[in-house]
Design a protein around this ligand. Structure first.
Ligand code: SF4
Length: 367
């Protein structure tokens, strides 16, 4: 924050191999990145690039596009060339699209060992093509499409089964001396997923892509993803994340970015410290917090703003933030960097905070 002490560190990252997807590094030497996936038909290049631009603006580092047909494969070169962020092609069922994606210049390819039946026979060729184009491969195991052999062995998609599937596939690539691999083992149950990643982390040094699959609508999916990623990142496990929501992908990116910001793994931008309000509140805290957030949503620099309902914790929090209001008797004391600069009526609190925030941002020279 402006003039604030350095944020507390969560945990040292688990040391991993390092991958490069265009300009974005994935692995323990690079910041944890946020991914999402487009929902437009990939063959519609303009719509897909428009959605990628929106995801990039929301804080997405890497984007994945599905490639279910030959027409989609034909669209990959233009999308890969024009996208502002690295594009990963997501391939299921058809090994031939893996080659198309590599040759299209995609920054990476995701394959699912559970549903590319003829895949294992062609690993040597895939490794060769990926090596020539320096294209990392993600081995993306998913509970819903786990290799039937492992379902038969473990009875269901247990953490051990998920990890075994991914490590088996990685070993096939390793036989061809190909190691530019990251791994995901997704399950819709955060507890199973956490354990699967812990097993993987103990048994390999590949970077890990975290995801709770089919996590549900936005509210449930946000909570499942946040608790699972928090439990793993607390152990230094996880190099790139994808929040899966039954909601527009921009929402996934916002949630992913917020999770990393909450864990101090990405610089915080706008941070509202607002109280829940209680019988002591002397202003409408919900409205104030919402309106300040809406007014400053696009703030591009770190700033902590305290919006507090009364004098119990208000002055303390307001003083600790870059900017804050402590309210009482329908008025608000406005704090800037710990000092009261003015007192305004409740009706002027929002506009005063927004004005002061924009002034601080301008003064900082960062925006
Ligand atoms: Fe209640 Fe005041 Fe605390 Fe807000 S700051 S929760 S109004 S006591």
């Amino acid at each position: 924050n402006l003039g604030m002490p350095a944020p507390a560190a969560l945990a040292p990252r688990r040391p991993t191999r390092q991958l490069r997807l265009g300009p974005v590094g994935v692995g323990s030497d690079s910041p944890v990145s946020v991914q999402s996936m487009t929902t437009t038909p990939t063959v519609d290049v303009n719509a897909t690039l428009q959605q990628i631009a929106e995801l990039t603006a929301a804080g997405c580092d890497i984007v994945r596009v599905a490639c279910p047909s030959a027409d989609d494969a034909l669209a990959l070169p233009e999308i890969a060339r024009k996208s502002p962020i690295p594009v990963i092609a997501d391939i299921h069922f058809q090994p031939r699209y893996v080659f198309a994606a590599i040759e299209a210049g995609c920054a990476g390819v995701r394959v699912n060992p559970g549903n590319i039946k003829k895949f294992d026979d062609r690993i040597g060729e895939i490794a060769q093509a990926a090596r020539e184009h320096r294209t990392p491969i993600r081995i993306g195991v998913n509970a819903g499409s786990l290799d039937p052999r492992l379902i038969a062995k473990h009875g269901r998609a247990t953490p051990e089964a998920l990890a075994e599937s991914a490590l088996w596939e990685a070993s096939l690539f390793a036989e061809h001396d190909f190691h530019d691999i990251k791994i995901s083992v997704k399950h819709n149950d955060p507890v199973v997923m956490i354990r699967a990643y812990e097993i993987l982390a103990a048994q390999c040094d590949y970077p890990l892509h975290l995801g709770v699959t089919e996590a549900g609508p936005a509210f449930q999916g946000t909570i499942k993803s946040a608790v699972a990623f928090g439990a793993l990142l607390r152990q230094g496990i996880g190099d790139t994340i994808r929040v899966s929501l039954s909601a527009p992908p921009v929402e996934e990116v916002k949630v992913g970015a917020q999770i990393l910001q909450a864990l101090n793994l990405r610089p915080r931008k706008l941070e509202i410290v607002s109280c829940p309000s209680c019988a002591r509140a002397q202003v409408d805290v919900y409205r104030l917090a919402e309106e300040v957030t809406a007014g400053l949503e696009d703030m591009g620099i770190p700033m902590r703003i305290a919006v507090m309902g009364c004098v119990v914790n208000g002055p303390g929090e307001a003083r600790e933030a870059d900017l804050g209001v402590a309210s009482g008797n329908g008025k608000g004391q406005i704090f800037v960097r710990g000092k009261v600069v003015k007192t305004v009526p409740e009706s002027a609190i929002v506009e005063t905070l927004i004005e002061e925030a924009l002034r601080l941002a301008e003064e900082s020279g960062l925006e």
